[in-house]
Structure formats: C-alpha cells, structure tokens
Design a protein. Structure first.
Length: 686
C-alpha cells in the first residue's frame, strides 16, 4: 500500500509579533501541528458511476513553542476584522477591534488564512435540537484538538492543579468581553455559583461540573480574572468534566461555570425586588420560572453570549439565524479576528429526510447531524450537481447503535426477565450483527460491544469487545431455556403464565435505528422472546425512558472514551432516560421516590465516582474493569460501532474551506467542534 504524507500546517504561534518585540519574559503556549496521512480505505462502497470512497486519516500532535512579547498583544498589533465590523467602527458604532479583543486572545489554527463573509446554512428538527447549534458555536475553559485526544487552552489561558488534586485554578484572559461589550470576569463565575447554583429555589440539587459523587465542589474568586474550584476529594480528571460544562441541547445552563451576571441580575429576586411581579406580568408563576426562561440560550436571543455566533431569534422558528459575536476573543495566526463566517442559519424541517433532500439540492453548507448513513450512496451520486463533497468521520468508540436494558422495571414478567443476567446475555447472543452491519451500516461498521476503541487506555481487550457478539441463536435459546423454559401456545416465553414482552423504544432521528430495532426483534422472537418495537419522536422517547416505561432504549454509546466524566449510558445518573431510571430517581430523591437499586448497581456507580480520585495507572485499570463488568453482566448491548453512522457522514459545500478530512467524533467532544468552525471560510464561487 502506498502512503502519501502531506504536512497540513496549522501552527498556533505569535511569531508574527516578534518583529515588534524587544527583550521580555517568555511564556510557554501549546501549539498544534497536524500531519495528514492519506491511504486507500479497506472497505469501499460502490455507488452509481463506480465511485470508490477514499479515507483520509489525520493525526494531531501537541508541541510547545516559546512566545516572546513585551506588552499586551492588543497594544502592539493592528488586528484584522470583518469588513462589516470595520464599517461600524468607522461610523462610531463599535469600538476598534484592538479594544474588543483581550490582551492575550486565543490563536486558533487555520488550515489556510480565510476571507470574511458568508452564511453557513444548516437544517434542524425543532426546539429540542439545540445541539445542532452548540456543537458548532460554543465557549469553554479549554477545548479539544482536532483528533479529540488533547485539551488546549481556550477561555482560560492556563490552569494549575494542587498537589493533592483537590483544587484547580483557572486564569482567564483580561479584556475578554461578552457579545454586548461588557467585560467577562470572575464575578460572572461567582454570581452563577453563589446566587444560582447555591440558591435552592433555582437549583434544588447541583449537578454537572461541580458534582463529585455525593459531594459538591466550591468556587472561590482569586482576583478579577482568576477562579479556583475546590473539591472534597482528589479530582485529577476535572479538565475532562470542565470541557463538557456547557449549555445542554435543550437550553439549560446550570452546567456552565458562569453566566452574564450584569444581564441576569434583573431577573433575580435578590437584585430586583419586583422580580415576582415582572414574572407574573410576563406570564410566569414566579421569578424562578422567568429566570429559567431568560437563562436558556436557545429561547432568549437577548442574553449576551461568549460563543463565536449568537442567536438573533429563538429555536422553534421556521428559520433561526445566528450572527457573529463582534467581541469574540480569538484570532487566526495572522491576527485576524474570528470567526471568518458572518452568520449561521438553521431551517426547520419536519424530518431528516427533508434535510437530506435540501443537502442534495445544494442548500446545506456543512452538516453531519441528521444526515443518515443509508443515504450515503444517493448523496455521493449528487455531489457534482449539488456542489458539495462528503466526508466521513468515524465514531471514536462504543457502538453507533446500542440497546440499553432497563433492570428497574416494576415487578412483572418483563421486569423479572430484565433483572436476570442470563436473560440479558442470551439477548446479545441472539442478534445477527453482521446482517445489521450489512443492511443498515453499508458494511462500514464493526460488530462489537459497548467498549472504547482499541487505542483507548480503558479498552478491555478484544475478547471482551467480542463477547457474545457472534450470532448464535442455538446457544441463545439454550441459555433462555435454562432460566425461562415455559412457553405459551404461540411459542413465546412466559413466567408463571405471563408472557415476557420486551417493549423497545426507538426514534428515527438518527438514521435506520427503527430498521435495526425491527431486525433485533425478529432475532429475539426467533428464540421465543416476544418483542414490541415502538417508534416515536426523540422527545417522547426521552420522556418515556425517564418515566421508566421502556424495557429497551435504543441509542448510541458515544461516551465510552469518557468513562468517568459522562456516566448516563453506563450507570445510575440523575434524569437518565437510557436505563434504570427508577433507580436514578431513588438516588436523587434520597429514597423518597423511585425504586431502591440493588447493591450491585450502587457498587458499580461507586466505581465511576472513584475513578477521578485515582492516579492514572489505577484509574485506567478501573476503567478496563468497568467495561469488563458491563459486558460480562450485559448491562447494555452493543451492536455495531466505529462507523460514521451518527454525525459522521458530513455534507460540505465545496466553497467551505478548512473543514478537516477527519476529526474526533463523539458527543462529549461536541462534534463538529473538533473541526474548529471559527476558522471555516467561503472561497469565491466556482
């Protein structure tokens, strides 16, 4: 096989400043160099015209470079900016760009230095599809490199951890501003912590980045641009948690370390004695409801933002527009303020099929979300006419369609069955994954259980990955006979005369998942387990899962690379729709509601809580033990993984530049944020 190596230069450096600098203190900053390796992919897909798909593999290494500067960057450099912003500056309607940027702006690597302008067109499926936006436009203390393997500074220019691992100090960039031009400071952290997270009316129980098992961390202001977070136990993995501390898909922001205090105070009863009256005038019961409404990024376009783009109208509208943040705190390697692209639009569609049709017609500029893998051949055929090309970003781990098994169902035939280990194991052995891979994944996936990929430090080994993955219906039937041998007149298994009926909840929001569920149902019924596939909207699926109404919840396991920081798909967690929701309710209500979990489930949760407190080698060993237990006990069932099924088939307008051929693809990575959307740009029309 012949390999062609191309150096894709994306050096994050301030070298362009050196001519303006004299002797000064030196500072070490992280930089990125990407090396692209292009080769023929082993698996190919034939489409009309006998097109063969090529795969480009990109690896990213993080290096360090010494930067020399004698004064704040804004005092030394004349930055570039978008022409429309320059016009506003000239008209006296906007401060000069040097005054809008922090003293040490983030330098984002660019595949090529771009040009300003244009609108990224995307489609979305409704108010619950907020992920469609925050995956592209987000602000966090740090962010992942393109491959998703390393964290580099973002809003925080640096951080320090104490020797005992219990406290983390984050140093912000002085001069960073909200989208309305007001300074972003430690006070925005402290207001959110003291007046929102610690206010039981607004936040009855703290979750997210400050949560540590049964305990909760605290926050302290060190100075105007420095904050410290302190935990009751060592928290060696806090950066991984902090990266994921952003607005949820549905608009909630309690898992964000800050808020725009200068704006939100007007809705808080402590700072506005008339807040209750204002709330009732706006149609809310009290001030807490009004505060929640105004805090939600996807419902309130007036709330100041830190992200590269911010909404001008709320989600749910037929067409949602987001425009550039005039005060965005990052530049390209030549000092041009980012983002390059002016606007982003989301057009509302009734279903993903309509969105795919828009893509084929050339009306979508960059989108992987809701693009269905089975549509790959027709999308590939339409590339030339539609003026786009396709990329495939394979998933990083787990499985791209999985079955989450609910052991917390009420006492009944199905409840008893789901709590029986052999029954769960037999369900796995009864599934024809090769057929599912061929029919629903175009042969691009790998049949496997829900474990990380082999490169991850928590990968438990090939034997565990492939445990009960082979299609063995005879073995599965024998296992079922050993625990539930009784059958009714139709040949379906029963317990004390009551038929075991597995109801499977699935949504069509992500491709052929309903077809996969139907294939699984046929496999299970062939070994005597009656299966009822129920297809529903994404929101209803979440509601019914959280209400403990489903025996099996169909979703993807896209968090296996984040064993200890993203628990919902593996263990008991607040508001967990995937599995065992009644157990989660019991935990969060201190036993007042829900169903008491067995000790095995509590011990398994404790393993996840323990992980971040351990040194690296012990933590990695625990991670491998967790995935071994998941598979051996068959808490969930992986089907097919490491494919571009979810988010990974990406339509890119041929004019959109700097979108990487490969990038880390995982929900915790907030894909496609690993592609650095701020540095995408439109070339001239072809």
């Amino acid at each position: 096989m012949r390999l062609r190596f191309t150096l894709f230069t994306a050096i994050v450096t301030f070298a362009f400043l050196l001519a303006a600098c004299g002797s000064a203190e030196t500072e070490v900053v992280e930089v990125i160099k990407e090396v692209v390796v292009e080769k023929e992919v082993v698996k190919t897909v034939e489409v009309p015209g006998e097109t063969v798909i090529k795969e480009v593999i990109k690896t990213v290494e993080v290096i360090k470079e010494v930067v020399v500067e004698t004064a704040p960057m804004t005092a030394m450099v004349e930055f570039g900016e978008a022409p429309q912003l320059a016009q506003l500056v000239a008209a006296g309607k906007l401060p000069p760009v040097n005054e809008r940027l922090p003293a040490e702006p983030v330098v984002i690597p660019a595949g090529s230095i771009g040009k300003y302008g244009g609108t990224i067109r995307r489609f979305y499926t409704g108010p619950a599809d907020g992920c469609n936006f925050i995956r592209l436009s987000r602000a966090s203390l740090m962010r992942h490199t393109t491959d998703g393997l390393n964290l580099v500074p973002s809003l925080a220019k640096k951080w320090e951890v104490s020797d005992d691992g219990k406290s983390w100090t984050f140093f912000m960039r002085p001069g960073t501003k909200w989208s309305d031009g007001v300074d972003f400071t430690a006070d925005d952290f402290m207001f959110h912590y003291e007046e929102v997270l610690l206010n039981e009316e607004l936040t009855p129980r703290i979750y997210g980045f400050l949560r540590q098992g049964d305990g909760v961390g605290t926050m302290e202001k060190v100075d105007d641009y420095t904050v410290k977070m302190i935990f009751p136990l060592p928290h060696y993995m806090f950066l991984e948690f902090a990266y994921q501390a952003d607005a949820a898909c549905y608009g909630a922001t309690r898992n964000v370390p800050w808020t725009a205090a200068h704006y939100m105070k007007q809705f808080h009863i402590k700072f506005n004695p008339n807040a209750n009256e204002d709330a009732k005038a706006a149609g809310f019961a009290d001030w807490t409801q009004l505060y929640d409404d105004k805090e939600a990024y996807n419902l309130n376009p007036d709330k100041p933002a830190l992200s590269p783009w911010h909404f001008t109208n709320p989600l749910g509208s037929p067409l949602v527009r987001a425009t550039r943040n005039e005060y965005f705190w990052a530049v390209d390697p030549e000092g041009n303020q980012l983002p390059y692209i002016d606007n982003m639009t989301l057009v509302l569609v009734d279903n993903p099929e309509i969105g795919t049709l828009k893509a084929i017609q050339g009306e979508i500029d960059m989108q992987g979300r809701h693009i269905q893998l089975p549509d790959f051949p027709v999308l590939k055929e339409g590339e030339e006419k539609g003026g786009y090309h396709l990329l495939t970003w394979g998933a990083d781990g787990g499985a791209d369609v999985s079955l989450f098994l609910n052991q917390a169902l009420p006492d009944s035939a199905i409840g008893t069955a789901m709590r029986t280990e052999v029954f769960r194991q037999a369900l796995s052995s009864a599934i024809d994954r090769d057929s599912i891979n061929s029919i629903s994944f175009l042969g691009l996936g790998i049949p496997r259980q829900n474990v990380p990929n082999p490169a991850h430090q928590h990968y438990p080994g090939l034997a565990i990955e492939q445990t009960r993955v082979a299609y063995e219906p005879v073995v599965a039937a024998a296992m079922l006979d050993s625990v539930f041998p009784e059958k009714d007149d139709e040949g379906f298994r029963t317990i004390d005369g009551d038929r075991i009926v597995v109801n499977v909840g699935v949504t069509p929001a992500f491709g052929p998942w309903p077809d996969v569920a139907e294939q699984v149902a046929r496999n299970w019924e062939a070994v005597g387990v009656k299966t009822d596939v129920q297809i529903m909207t994404r929101s209803l699926l979440g509601t019914r899962g959280s209400a403990n109404e489903l025996a099996v919840y169909v979703w993807n396991e896209d968090t296996s690379h984040f064993t200890f920081s993203n628990l919902a798909k593996r263990t008991i967690k607040f508001n967990n729709p995937y599995q065992n929701s009644a157990w989660a309710v019991y935990i969060v209500t201190d036993g007042a509601e829900g169903t008491k979990p067995p000790q095995e489930a509590l011990d398994f949760l404790a393993m996840h809580v323990l992980g971040p407190t351990l040194p690296t080698e012990e933590r990695n060993a625990l991670g491998r033990a967790i995935y071994t237990q998941i598979v051996e006990k068959q808490y969930n069932i992986g089907l097919v993984g490491l494919s571009p099924m979810v988010q990974g088939v990406i339509v890119v307008n041929n004019r959109v530049q700097n979108v990487p051929d490969k990038a880390g693809n995982d929900w915790p990575l907030r894909t496609p944020n690993t592609g650095f959307p701020e540095q995408w740009w439109f070339s001239a029309a072809e």
